[in-house]
Design a protein around this ligand. Structure first.
Ligand SMILES: Cc1cc2nc3c(=O)[nH]c(=O)nc-3n(C[C@H](O)[C@H](O)[C@H](O)COP(=O)(O)OP(=O)(O)OC[C@H]3O[C@@H](n4cnc5c(N)ncnc54)[C@H](O)[C@@H]3O)c2cc1C
Length: 396
């Protein structure tokens, strides 16, 4: 008998109700002396552990993926037009560290059309093995085709851990794959470690509006899946002399009639590549209004930098969301971050605290941003920023 995800063998069930008490989601009940389950079931497995007669099980697809069969660390290499997204190599650095900790191989999954060069690059960035899937239908990212390909690879090889970048595509793909395989996914991690006690992946991410850091583990389901935001981790140094194995793989993709059709690609009109910027001049509520960004733009243009903003400035409609830095905006890691009229709330710091040099300009000498800043200037940014621009211009 089954409803939702759990499978209940009513011939084995003895009606002890141990599973009902163990279910954290209230998804189990007893009806006529037999356990029943409803759609609140998340396949967390708490009931499996307490059932004395093994009357409960998970669908075969997930059961096949569970330990001890699961092995190895995988990284999905995101690419567009054969060019890797920088986040892929950041993930590769973390994957290498985790694989070394577990003493297992690191495998890169390269999906696309004519992407063999990327497989070689993945080896340079730390992979021992690359699963290479080349297919004309994978030339452009589509969730259905990429998810189908990745799920087949996972079912063939059963990795323990799968890391993806928390880009738009990575988030899309991770959610789809985790749902199909009934496994756990921790999105937007800021830290990944191996639990020395049991070898599980410890996935740390901000929770409750960024006020606490939660560490999440996936005790039963495999693979343990995590996405990590761009720029949270550094890109490792590639070694183009490294050797590794490239394993071509065939997959069956859904028929074209079931796929969504891509009509065209329209680049976003307000293209702001904050994540790649080496210098960012960022403005907050202290700018007083949209015109307050004008001197910041002048300084950014002079330095060849980009404009960032706090959520307060974005929410006020002074500047588009694409400029927002922080927990619900972009994560940045520039050489120089100049925070103008920004108080330094924890949610803002979550997106810029790993900047190499931070300059803060604020009228309040007690503003929290000064606790993080390399250099602090107490003053009105409408005076200080133009003065900085003038001084720099005189030197250039
Ligand atoms: C779930 C959640 C997610 C969030 N995500 C983000 C996020 O991604 N990014 C983000 O930034 N925030 C985020 N926030 C909001 C965050 O908590 C703060 O409210 C926000 O960062 C404040 O922006 P601010 O520093 O510009 O404004 P304020 O906190 O109002 O600070 C303005 C600062 O400007 C200074 N000032 C005033 N006048 C001048 C002047 N003339 N010259 C110089 N300094 C001056 C003041 O002393 C003050 O320190 C989030 C909040 C929540 C709850």
């Amino acid at each position: 008998m089954s409803s939702g995800i759990l499978i209940i063998d009513k011939d084995l069930c003895i009606g002890c109700a141990a599973c009902v008490a163990a279910c954290p989601f209230g998804a189990l009940a007893m009806e006529q002396g037999v356990a029943t389950v409803d759609e609140r079931c998340t396949a967390c497995s708490a009931c499996l552990e307490v059932c004395p007669v093994e009357a409960l099980s998970l669908p075969t697809r997930q059961a096949d993926l569970q330990p001890p069969e699961a092995r190895g660390v995988w990284v999905w290499v995101e690419q567009a037009g054969g060019v890797a997204h920088g986040i892929s190599w950041e993930m590769m650095g973390q994957g290498r560290r985790l694989a070394d900790g577990l003493q297992v191989p690191l495998t890169a999954c390269v999906l696309g059309e004519r992407v063999r060069d990327l497989a070689m690059e993945a080896i340079a960035f730390g992979a021992e093995r690359v699963l290479l899937v080349e297919h004309p239908e994978l030339a452009r990212f589509r969730t259905e085709t990429y998810a189908a390909a990745l799920e087949q690879l996972i079912e063939q090889e059963r990795p323990e851990i799968l890391l993806l970048g928390a880009s738009s595509r990575g988030r899309d793909l991770a959610g789809s794959v985790a749902t199909s395989l009934h496994t756990g996914l921790t999105a937007d991690c800021t830290g990944l470690e191996i639990d020395p006690a049991n070898g599980r992946l410890l996935q740390t991410r901000p929770a409750y509006g960024g006020n606490i850091m939660a560490t999440i583990s996936t005790p039963v389901h495999r693979p343990q899946m995590a996405t990590v935001r761009h720029r949270v981790f550094a890109v490792p140094q590639p070694d183009y002399g490294r050797r590794g194995e490239i394993v071509p793989r065939e997959v069956t993709l859904p028929p074209a009639s079931l796929l969504s059709t891509v009509l065209s690609f329209v680049p976003a009109s307000d293209e702001v590549n904050l994540a790649e910027a080496r210098i960012i001049v960022s403005g907050g509520a202290g700018l007083g209004g949209p015109d307050g960004f004008a001197p910041l733009r002048e300084l950014a243009d002079l330095l060849g930098g980009a404009i960032g903003a706090s959520r307060a400035a974005v929410d006020s409609g002074w500047i588009p969301y694409a400029h927002q830095v922080g927990q619900t905006g972009r994560t940045v890691r520039p050489e120089l971050y100049i925070a103008c009229g920004i108080s330094g709330a924890i949610q803002h710091r979550a997106g810029m605290s790993t900047s190499r040099t931070i300059v803060a300009i604020n009228t309040d000498p007690h503003a929290p941003i000064f606790g993080l800043a390399t250099y602090g200037i107490v003053g009105d940014c409408q005076q200080v920023v133009p003065a900085l621009t003038r001084a720099l211009r005189a030197r250039l």
